[in-house]
Design a protein around this ligand. Structure first.
Ligand SMILES: Cc1ncc(COP(=O)(O)O)c(C=O)c1O
Length: 465
Protein backbone atom coordinates (compact mmCIF):
# COMPACT_ATOMS: atom_id res chain seq x y z
CA UNK A 1 0.00 0.00 0.00
CA UNK A 2 1.56 3.38 -0.98
CA UNK A 3 2.06 6.06 1.64
CA UNK A 4 2.73 8.79 -0.91
CA UNK A 5 2.40 8.96 -4.67
CA UNK A 6 4.33 11.01 -7.17
CA UNK A 7 1.85 12.90 -9.35
CA UNK A 8 4.32 15.16 -11.15
CA UNK A 9 3.93 13.46 -14.57
CA UNK A 10 0.13 13.49 -14.38
CA UNK A 11 0.11 17.11 -13.25
CA UNK A 12 2.34 18.08 -16.16
CA UNK A 13 0.06 16.32 -18.64
CA UNK A 14 -3.02 18.06 -17.21
CA UNK A 15 -1.28 21.45 -17.12
CA UNK A 16 -0.25 21.20 -20.79
CA UNK A 17 -3.79 20.34 -21.83
CA UNK A 18 -5.25 23.07 -19.63
CA UNK A 19 -2.98 25.70 -21.20
CA UNK A 20 -4.42 24.77 -24.61
CA UNK A 21 -7.95 24.72 -23.14
CA UNK A 22 -7.67 28.25 -21.72
CA UNK A 23 -5.27 30.37 -23.83
CA UNK A 24 -6.81 33.74 -22.86
CA UNK A 25 -6.55 32.97 -19.15
CA UNK A 26 -2.98 31.78 -19.73
CA UNK A 27 -2.10 35.08 -21.43
CA UNK A 28 -3.83 37.13 -18.74
CA UNK A 29 -1.90 35.19 -16.14
CA UNK A 30 1.39 36.16 -17.82
CA UNK A 31 0.30 39.79 -17.73
CA UNK A 32 -0.91 39.60 -14.11
CA UNK A 33 2.46 38.36 -13.00
CA UNK A 34 4.08 41.58 -14.19
CA UNK A 35 2.32 43.56 -11.46
CA UNK A 36 1.04 41.14 -8.82
CA UNK A 37 2.92 38.51 -6.88
CA UNK A 38 2.04 35.20 -8.51
CA UNK A 39 -0.54 37.09 -10.56
CA UNK A 40 -3.10 37.86 -7.88
CA UNK A 41 -3.90 38.70 -4.28
CA UNK A 42 -5.09 35.48 -2.66
CA UNK A 43 -3.07 32.27 -2.69
CA UNK A 44 -6.06 29.94 -2.89
CA UNK A 45 -7.37 31.68 -6.00
CA UNK A 46 -4.07 31.26 -7.82
CA UNK A 47 -4.63 27.74 -9.03
CA UNK A 48 -1.57 26.08 -10.59
CA UNK A 49 -0.64 26.50 -13.40
CA UNK A 50 -3.01 29.50 -13.58
CA UNK A 51 -6.59 30.33 -12.65
CA UNK A 52 -9.44 30.95 -15.08
CA UNK A 53 -9.91 34.74 -15.42
CA UNK A 54 -13.58 35.53 -15.02
CA UNK A 55 -15.78 37.89 -16.99
CA UNK A 56 -19.15 37.09 -15.37
CA UNK A 57 -20.76 34.95 -12.69
CA UNK A 58 -24.36 33.93 -12.24
CA UNK A 59 -26.02 31.33 -10.06
CA UNK A 60 -24.05 28.07 -9.99
CA UNK A 61 -21.78 29.17 -12.86
CA UNK A 62 -18.75 31.33 -13.49
CA UNK A 63 -17.84 32.39 -17.04
CA UNK A 64 -14.23 32.91 -18.07
CA UNK A 65 -12.35 34.89 -20.69
CA UNK A 66 -12.03 31.75 -22.87
CA UNK A 67 -15.80 31.36 -23.13
CA UNK A 68 -16.15 28.47 -20.67
CA UNK A 69 -19.17 28.21 -18.40
CA UNK A 70 -17.74 26.60 -15.30
CA UNK A 71 -19.89 24.89 -12.68
CA UNK A 72 -18.61 26.39 -9.45
CA UNK A 73 -18.62 24.74 -6.04
CA UNK A 74 -16.41 27.35 -4.33
CA UNK A 75 -18.96 30.16 -4.60
CA UNK A 76 -16.76 33.08 -3.60
CA UNK A 77 -14.87 31.38 -0.75
CA UNK A 78 -18.25 29.91 0.39
CA UNK A 79 -19.91 33.29 0.75
CA UNK A 80 -22.59 32.82 -1.90
CA UNK A 81 -25.18 30.62 -0.27
CA UNK A 82 -27.72 31.73 -2.90
CA UNK A 83 -25.26 31.32 -5.77
CA UNK A 84 -23.36 34.04 -7.62
CA UNK A 85 -25.00 37.46 -7.95
CA UNK A 86 -28.48 36.57 -6.68
CA UNK A 87 -31.05 39.02 -7.96
CA UNK A 88 -32.50 39.58 -4.52
CA UNK A 89 -29.23 41.26 -3.54
CA UNK A 90 -28.07 42.83 -6.80
CA UNK A 91 -31.51 44.44 -7.30
CA UNK A 92 -31.40 45.95 -3.81
CA UNK A 93 -27.89 47.27 -4.46
CA UNK A 94 -28.78 48.64 -7.91
CA UNK A 95 -31.79 50.51 -6.45
CA UNK A 96 -29.62 51.87 -3.65
CA UNK A 97 -26.89 53.16 -5.95
CA UNK A 98 -29.49 54.79 -8.20
CA UNK A 99 -31.04 56.58 -5.25
CA UNK A 100 -27.83 58.12 -3.94
CA UNK A 101 -27.15 55.50 -1.32
CA UNK A 102 -24.25 53.11 -1.32
CA UNK A 103 -20.70 54.45 -1.02
CA UNK A 104 -18.94 55.06 2.25
CA UNK A 105 -20.23 58.05 4.20
CA UNK A 106 -18.26 57.71 7.41
CA UNK A 107 -21.51 57.97 9.38
CA UNK A 108 -23.80 55.50 11.01
CA UNK A 109 -27.32 54.81 9.80
CA UNK A 110 -30.41 52.76 10.48
CA UNK A 111 -29.35 49.85 8.23
CA UNK A 112 -26.45 49.10 10.54
CA UNK A 113 -28.85 48.90 13.47
CA UNK A 114 -31.09 46.53 11.55
CA UNK A 115 -28.19 44.22 10.66
CA UNK A 116 -26.93 44.30 14.25
CA UNK A 117 -30.42 43.45 15.52
CA UNK A 118 -30.72 40.55 13.09
CA UNK A 119 -27.31 39.14 14.03
CA UNK A 120 -27.85 39.48 17.78
CA UNK A 121 -31.25 37.81 17.55
CA UNK A 122 -30.20 34.94 15.29
CA UNK A 123 -26.95 34.20 17.16
CA UNK A 124 -28.28 34.82 20.68
CA UNK A 125 -25.66 37.50 21.24
CA UNK A 126 -25.93 40.63 23.37
CA UNK A 127 -23.73 42.90 21.26
CA UNK A 128 -21.98 42.97 17.90
CA UNK A 129 -19.24 45.04 16.30
CA UNK A 130 -18.60 45.05 12.56
CA UNK A 131 -15.39 44.88 10.62
CA UNK A 132 -14.43 43.84 7.10
CA UNK A 133 -12.72 40.44 7.15
CA UNK A 134 -12.78 37.20 9.06
CA UNK A 135 -9.11 37.61 9.99
CA UNK A 136 -9.81 40.99 11.58
CA UNK A 137 -12.79 39.52 13.43
CA UNK A 138 -10.77 36.64 14.93
CA UNK A 139 -7.83 38.93 15.76
CA UNK A 140 -10.09 41.40 17.56
CA UNK A 141 -11.98 38.63 19.35
CA UNK A 142 -8.64 37.35 20.66
CA UNK A 143 -7.56 40.85 21.72
CA UNK A 144 -10.88 41.27 23.57
CA UNK A 145 -10.35 37.93 25.32
CA UNK A 146 -6.80 38.81 26.33
CA UNK A 147 -7.89 42.17 27.71
CA UNK A 148 -10.91 40.67 29.47
CA UNK A 149 -8.94 37.94 31.24
CA UNK A 150 -5.63 39.79 31.62
CA UNK A 151 -3.94 36.65 30.27
CA UNK A 152 -1.77 36.05 27.22
CA UNK A 153 -2.20 32.49 26.02
CA UNK A 154 -4.40 31.51 23.10
CA UNK A 155 -5.51 27.91 22.63
CA UNK A 156 -6.41 26.85 19.10
CA UNK A 157 -6.97 23.67 17.15
CA UNK A 158 -4.29 22.16 14.90
CA UNK A 159 -5.34 22.56 11.28
CA UNK A 160 -7.71 25.44 12.13
CA UNK A 161 -7.53 28.46 9.83
CA UNK A 162 -8.61 31.72 11.45
CA UNK A 163 -7.22 34.08 8.82
CA UNK A 164 -3.86 35.75 8.31
CA UNK A 165 -3.39 37.35 11.72
CA UNK A 166 -0.59 36.68 14.21
CA UNK A 167 -2.34 34.26 16.61
CA UNK A 168 -3.99 32.45 13.72
CA UNK A 169 -0.71 31.65 12.03
CA UNK A 170 0.40 28.88 14.32
CA UNK A 171 -0.46 25.23 13.78
CA UNK A 172 -2.33 25.57 10.51
CA UNK A 173 -0.57 23.06 8.32
CA UNK A 174 -0.30 19.42 9.17
CA UNK A 175 2.16 18.34 11.85
CA UNK A 176 2.66 14.77 12.99
CA UNK A 177 1.43 14.20 16.57
CA UNK A 178 5.07 13.71 17.56
CA UNK A 179 6.19 17.04 16.03
CA UNK A 180 5.77 20.55 17.46
CA UNK A 181 3.28 22.85 15.77
CA UNK A 182 4.94 25.53 13.70
CA UNK A 183 4.61 29.29 13.48
CA UNK A 184 3.68 29.58 9.82
CA UNK A 185 5.24 32.59 8.26
CA UNK A 186 7.93 35.11 8.96
CA UNK A 187 7.64 38.69 10.09
CA UNK A 188 5.43 37.88 13.07
CA UNK A 189 6.06 39.12 16.61
CA UNK A 190 8.47 36.63 18.21
CA UNK A 191 6.13 36.30 21.19
CA UNK A 192 3.53 34.52 19.06
CA UNK A 193 5.42 31.22 19.19
CA UNK A 194 5.05 31.21 22.98
CA UNK A 195 1.55 32.63 23.12
CA UNK A 196 -0.29 30.02 21.08
CA UNK A 197 -0.96 26.50 22.33
CA UNK A 198 -2.29 24.03 19.78
CA UNK A 199 -4.68 21.24 20.66
CA UNK A 200 -6.33 18.46 18.61
CA UNK A 201 -9.83 18.57 17.17
CA UNK A 202 -12.52 16.28 18.55
CA UNK A 203 -10.24 14.97 21.28
CA UNK A 204 -11.80 15.99 24.63
CA UNK A 205 -9.09 14.04 26.48
CA UNK A 206 -6.29 16.10 24.90
CA UNK A 207 -8.29 19.30 25.39
CA UNK A 208 -8.71 18.49 29.07
CA UNK A 209 -4.98 17.84 29.40
CA UNK A 210 -4.20 21.20 27.77
CA UNK A 211 -6.53 23.00 30.18
CA UNK A 212 -5.00 21.16 33.13
CA UNK A 213 -1.56 22.33 32.01
CA UNK A 214 -2.30 25.87 30.84
CA UNK A 215 -5.87 26.68 32.03
CA UNK A 216 -4.96 29.43 34.49
CA UNK A 217 -2.88 31.20 31.84
CA UNK A 218 -5.31 30.89 28.94
CA UNK A 219 -7.15 33.95 27.65
CA UNK A 220 -9.28 32.04 25.15
CA UNK A 221 -9.97 28.86 23.28
CA UNK A 222 -10.82 29.59 19.64
CA UNK A 223 -12.44 26.73 17.75
CA UNK A 224 -14.61 26.13 14.69
CA UNK A 225 -17.69 24.06 15.52
CA UNK A 226 -17.42 22.91 11.90
CA UNK A 227 -13.84 22.88 10.66
CA UNK A 228 -13.44 24.43 7.24
CA UNK A 229 -9.81 24.26 6.16
CA UNK A 230 -9.29 21.25 8.41
CA UNK A 231 -11.39 19.05 6.12
CA UNK A 232 -15.04 20.10 6.55
CA UNK A 233 -15.90 18.16 9.63
CA UNK A 234 -18.18 18.85 12.56
CA UNK A 235 -17.16 18.94 16.19
CA UNK A 236 -18.71 16.25 18.32
CA UNK A 237 -21.25 17.40 20.90
CA UNK A 238 -18.97 16.06 23.59
CA UNK A 239 -16.03 18.13 22.34
CA UNK A 240 -17.92 21.43 22.41
CA UNK A 241 -19.58 20.68 25.75
CA UNK A 242 -16.19 19.83 27.23
CA UNK A 243 -14.80 23.08 25.82
CA UNK A 244 -17.60 25.08 27.45
CA UNK A 245 -17.20 23.30 30.78
CA UNK A 246 -13.42 23.77 30.82
CA UNK A 247 -13.64 27.44 29.81
CA UNK A 248 -16.14 28.06 32.63
CA UNK A 249 -13.99 26.22 35.13
CA UNK A 250 -10.78 28.06 34.26
CA UNK A 251 -12.31 31.48 33.45
CA UNK A 252 -11.33 31.25 29.76
CA UNK A 253 -13.19 33.04 26.94
CA UNK A 254 -14.70 30.55 24.51
CA UNK A 255 -14.65 31.85 20.92
CA UNK A 256 -16.51 30.01 18.19
CA UNK A 257 -15.06 30.93 14.83
CA UNK A 258 -18.16 30.68 12.64
CA UNK A 259 -16.72 32.55 9.66
CA UNK A 260 -17.58 29.52 7.52
CA UNK A 261 -20.39 27.93 9.51
CA UNK A 262 -22.38 31.05 10.44
CA UNK A 263 -25.72 31.02 8.55
CA UNK A 264 -24.50 27.99 6.56
CA UNK A 265 -26.45 25.30 8.44
CA UNK A 266 -29.37 27.39 9.70
CA UNK A 267 -30.27 31.09 9.80
CA UNK A 268 -27.91 31.55 12.73
CA UNK A 269 -24.93 29.84 14.29
CA UNK A 270 -23.82 26.37 15.22
CA UNK A 271 -23.53 27.60 18.79
CA UNK A 272 -27.31 27.81 18.71
CA UNK A 273 -27.75 24.46 16.93
CA UNK A 274 -25.43 22.63 19.34
CA UNK A 275 -26.94 24.40 22.33
CA UNK A 276 -23.45 25.45 23.42
CA UNK A 277 -23.19 29.20 23.67
CA UNK A 278 -19.69 30.66 23.29
CA UNK A 279 -18.67 33.97 24.87
CA UNK A 280 -17.78 35.43 21.48
CA UNK A 281 -18.60 34.37 17.92
CA UNK A 282 -16.74 35.53 14.82
CA UNK A 283 -18.72 35.84 11.60
CA UNK A 284 -17.90 36.81 8.00
CA UNK A 285 -18.42 35.25 4.54
CA UNK A 286 -22.17 34.51 4.22
CA UNK A 287 -23.34 37.36 6.45
CA UNK A 288 -22.15 39.97 3.93
CA UNK A 289 -24.25 38.62 1.06
CA UNK A 290 -21.17 38.79 -1.19
CA UNK A 291 -19.92 42.10 0.25
CA UNK A 292 -17.12 42.53 2.81
CA UNK A 293 -18.80 42.24 6.20
CA UNK A 294 -17.37 40.55 9.28
CA UNK A 295 -18.40 40.74 12.91
CA UNK A 296 -17.60 39.81 16.46
CA UNK A 297 -20.78 39.05 18.40
CA UNK A 298 -21.23 37.94 21.98
CA UNK A 299 -21.33 38.99 25.59
CA UNK A 300 -21.71 42.71 26.27
CA UNK A 301 -19.32 42.49 29.22
CA UNK A 302 -16.49 41.46 26.88
CA UNK A 303 -17.34 43.53 23.81
CA UNK A 304 -17.69 46.67 25.87
CA UNK A 305 -13.91 46.69 26.33
CA UNK A 306 -13.72 48.27 22.88
CA UNK A 307 -16.25 50.96 23.84
CA UNK A 308 -16.49 53.93 26.17
CA UNK A 309 -17.87 51.97 29.12
CA UNK A 310 -14.85 49.70 28.92
CA UNK A 311 -12.45 52.63 28.63
CA UNK A 312 -11.82 51.91 24.92
CA UNK A 313 -9.19 49.53 26.15
CA UNK A 314 -9.23 47.27 23.08
CA UNK A 315 -8.57 49.14 19.85
CA UNK A 316 -11.16 47.24 17.89
CA UNK A 317 -12.13 50.21 15.76
CA UNK A 318 -13.69 48.28 12.89
CA UNK A 319 -11.78 50.11 10.16
CA UNK A 320 -12.59 52.77 7.56
CA UNK A 321 -14.78 50.44 5.56
CA UNK A 322 -16.49 48.76 8.51
CA UNK A 323 -20.30 48.69 8.27
CA UNK A 324 -20.06 50.11 4.73
CA UNK A 325 -23.52 51.22 3.59
CA UNK A 326 -23.68 48.97 0.51
CA UNK A 327 -22.31 46.04 2.51
CA UNK A 328 -24.87 46.57 5.25
CA UNK A 329 -27.63 46.66 2.64
CA UNK A 330 -26.43 43.37 1.14
CA UNK A 331 -26.14 41.88 4.63
CA UNK A 332 -29.61 42.98 5.66
CA UNK A 333 -31.15 41.76 2.42
CA UNK A 334 -29.48 38.37 2.63
CA UNK A 335 -29.99 37.77 6.35
CA UNK A 336 -33.66 38.73 6.10
CA UNK A 337 -34.04 36.37 3.16
CA UNK A 338 -32.35 33.51 5.03
CA UNK A 339 -34.52 34.02 8.10
CA UNK A 340 -37.71 34.19 6.05
CA UNK A 341 -36.84 31.13 3.91
CA UNK A 342 -34.98 29.09 6.52
CA UNK A 343 -37.34 26.12 6.32
CA UNK A 344 -36.87 25.74 2.56
CA UNK A 345 -33.22 26.70 2.15
CA UNK A 346 -31.42 24.51 4.68
CA UNK A 347 -33.21 21.20 4.02
CA UNK A 348 -32.63 21.79 0.30
CA UNK A 349 -28.91 22.46 0.82
CA UNK A 350 -28.67 19.37 3.00
CA UNK A 351 -30.31 17.24 0.31
CA UNK A 352 -28.05 18.57 -2.47
CA UNK A 353 -24.98 18.26 -0.25
CA UNK A 354 -25.74 14.58 0.37
CA UNK A 355 -26.20 14.07 -3.37
CA UNK A 356 -22.90 15.80 -4.06
CA UNK A 357 -21.00 13.55 -1.64
CA UNK A 358 -22.67 10.49 -3.14
CA UNK A 359 -21.99 11.55 -6.74
CA UNK A 360 -18.26 11.99 -6.08
CA UNK A 361 -17.95 8.72 -4.19
CA UNK A 362 -19.89 6.77 -6.85
CA UNK A 363 -17.72 8.19 -9.63
CA UNK A 364 -14.40 7.10 -8.11
CA UNK A 365 -15.62 3.81 -6.69
CA UNK A 366 -16.97 2.85 -10.13
CA UNK A 367 -13.40 3.13 -11.43
CA UNK A 368 -11.92 1.20 -8.53
CA UNK A 369 -10.40 4.21 -6.77
CA UNK A 370 -11.15 4.25 -3.07
CA UNK A 371 -12.58 7.56 -1.87
CA UNK A 372 -14.64 8.79 1.08
CA UNK A 373 -16.07 12.26 1.38
CA UNK A 374 -15.86 14.44 4.43
CA UNK A 375 -18.40 17.21 4.87
CA UNK A 376 -21.01 14.93 6.44
CA UNK A 377 -23.27 16.40 9.09
CA UNK A 378 -23.73 14.93 12.54
CA UNK A 379 -26.92 14.82 14.59
CA UNK A 380 -26.47 18.41 15.77
CA UNK A 381 -26.24 19.84 12.25
CA UNK A 382 -28.99 17.81 10.62
CA UNK A 383 -27.56 18.26 7.13
CA UNK A 384 -24.54 19.69 5.35
CA UNK A 385 -23.95 21.40 2.02
CA UNK A 386 -20.24 20.46 1.95
CA UNK A 387 -18.35 17.66 0.24
CA UNK A 388 -14.62 16.95 0.05
CA UNK A 389 -13.24 13.73 -1.40
CA UNK A 390 -10.51 12.12 0.68
CA UNK A 391 -8.30 9.41 -0.73
CA UNK A 392 -7.03 7.42 2.26
CA UNK A 393 -4.42 4.75 1.54
CA UNK A 394 -6.09 2.48 4.08
CA UNK A 395 -9.84 2.01 3.60
CA UNK A 396 -10.33 1.74 7.35
CA UNK A 397 -8.62 5.08 8.03
CA UNK A 398 -10.68 7.32 10.36
CA UNK A 399 -11.54 10.72 8.86
CA UNK A 400 -12.90 12.80 11.72
CA UNK A 401 -9.89 14.95 12.46
CA UNK A 402 -7.76 17.31 10.34
CA UNK A 403 -4.74 15.21 11.30
CA UNK A 404 -6.27 12.27 9.45
CA UNK A 405 -7.16 13.97 6.19
CA UNK A 406 -4.20 16.34 5.92
CA UNK A 407 -1.54 13.77 6.72
CA UNK A 408 0.10 12.99 3.36
CA UNK A 409 1.20 9.58 4.57
CA UNK A 410 -2.42 8.62 5.40
CA UNK A 411 -4.32 10.30 2.54
CA UNK A 412 -3.38 11.30 -1.00
CA UNK A 413 -3.55 15.05 -0.31
CA UNK A 414 -1.95 16.02 -3.64
CA UNK A 415 -4.59 14.08 -5.58
CA UNK A 416 -7.36 15.83 -3.67
CA UNK A 417 -5.93 19.36 -3.64
CA UNK A 418 -4.30 19.74 -7.04
CA UNK A 419 -4.85 16.85 -9.43
CA UNK A 420 -8.61 16.57 -9.00
CA UNK A 421 -9.01 20.35 -9.17
CA UNK A 422 -7.07 20.74 -12.39
CA UNK A 423 -8.59 17.66 -14.04
CA UNK A 424 -12.09 18.94 -13.18
CA UNK A 425 -11.29 22.37 -14.62
CA UNK A 426 -10.71 20.62 -17.93
CA UNK A 427 -14.32 19.44 -17.52
CA UNK A 428 -15.42 23.03 -16.72
CA UNK A 429 -16.10 22.27 -13.08
CA UNK A 430 -14.43 24.19 -10.25
CA UNK A 431 -13.65 22.84 -6.79
CA UNK A 432 -11.16 23.88 -4.12
CA UNK A 433 -9.23 21.33 -2.04
CA UNK A 434 -11.05 18.83 -4.22
CA UNK A 435 -14.49 19.80 -2.98
CA UNK A 436 -16.84 22.58 -2.13
CA UNK A 437 -20.37 23.44 -1.23
CA UNK A 438 -23.70 23.64 -2.96
CA UNK A 439 -25.75 26.82 -3.01
CA UNK A 440 -29.47 27.20 -3.56
CA UNK A 441 -28.62 27.97 -7.21
CA UNK A 442 -27.32 24.43 -7.77
CA UNK A 443 -29.69 21.82 -9.16
CA UNK A 444 -29.85 18.04 -9.35
CA UNK A 445 -28.65 18.37 -12.96
CA UNK A 446 -25.57 20.23 -11.75
CA UNK A 447 -24.79 17.44 -9.30
CA UNK A 448 -25.25 14.87 -12.08
CA UNK A 449 -22.87 16.91 -14.24
CA UNK A 450 -20.32 16.90 -11.41
CA UNK A 451 -20.71 13.13 -11.06
CA UNK A 452 -20.14 12.55 -14.79
CA UNK A 453 -17.12 14.87 -14.81
CA UNK A 454 -15.65 13.15 -11.73
CA UNK A 455 -16.13 9.75 -13.42
CA UNK A 456 -14.19 10.92 -16.50
CA UNK A 457 -11.46 12.25 -14.22
CA UNK A 458 -11.32 8.92 -12.38
CA UNK A 459 -11.05 7.05 -15.71
CA UNK A 460 -8.25 9.30 -16.79
CA UNK A 461 -6.15 9.19 -13.64
CA UNK A 462 -6.55 5.59 -12.51
CA UNK A 463 -3.63 4.36 -14.61
CA UNK A 464 -1.36 6.71 -12.70
CA UNK A 465 -2.34 5.48 -9.22
C1 LIG B 1 -12.94 29.67 9.89
C2 LIG B 1 -12.31 30.88 9.26
N1 LIG B 1 -11.94 31.90 10.05
C3 LIG B 1 -11.40 33.03 9.54
C4 LIG B 1 -11.17 33.14 8.20
C5 LIG B 1 -10.56 34.40 7.64
O1 LIG B 1 -11.53 35.11 6.95
P1 LIG B 1 -11.10 36.20 5.85
O2 LIG B 1 -10.57 35.44 4.69
O3 LIG B 1 -12.38 36.94 5.57
O4 LIG B 1 -10.09 37.07 6.49
C6 LIG B 1 -11.53 32.11 7.34
C7 LIG B 1 -11.32 32.22 5.89
O5 LIG B 1 -11.46 31.31 5.13
C8 LIG B 1 -12.11 30.94 7.90
O6 LIG B 1 -12.46 29.90 7.12
Amino acid sequence: MPTTRDHSKLFQELATEYTKHSPRSAALNERAQQTMIDGGSHTLRLIKPFPPRLVRAQGAYIHDADGHSILDFWQGHYTNILGHNPKVITDALARAFESGWGLQTGFTDELQIQVAELICKQTQSERVRFTTSGALATMNAIMLARAFTGRDLVLKVGGGWHGGQPWGLVGVNFAKPSEPWRVEGQGLPSSVANEVIVTRYNRPDILRAHFEQYGNRLACFIVEPFMGAGGFMPATREYLRTARELCDHYGVVLIFDEVISGFRFCAGTLGVLYGVQPDLTTLAKIIGGGMPVAAVAGRAAILQLCGRAGGNRVRFAGGTYSAHPASMLAAKTLLTYLVEHENEIYPRLAQLGAQMRQAIEDAFLAEGIFVRCTGHPNDALGGSSFAVPQFPYDEKQSLDNPDDVNNPSLCDVELRDHIFQLALLLEDVHVVHGGGAVSTAHTEQDIARLGEAARRVAQRIKKYL
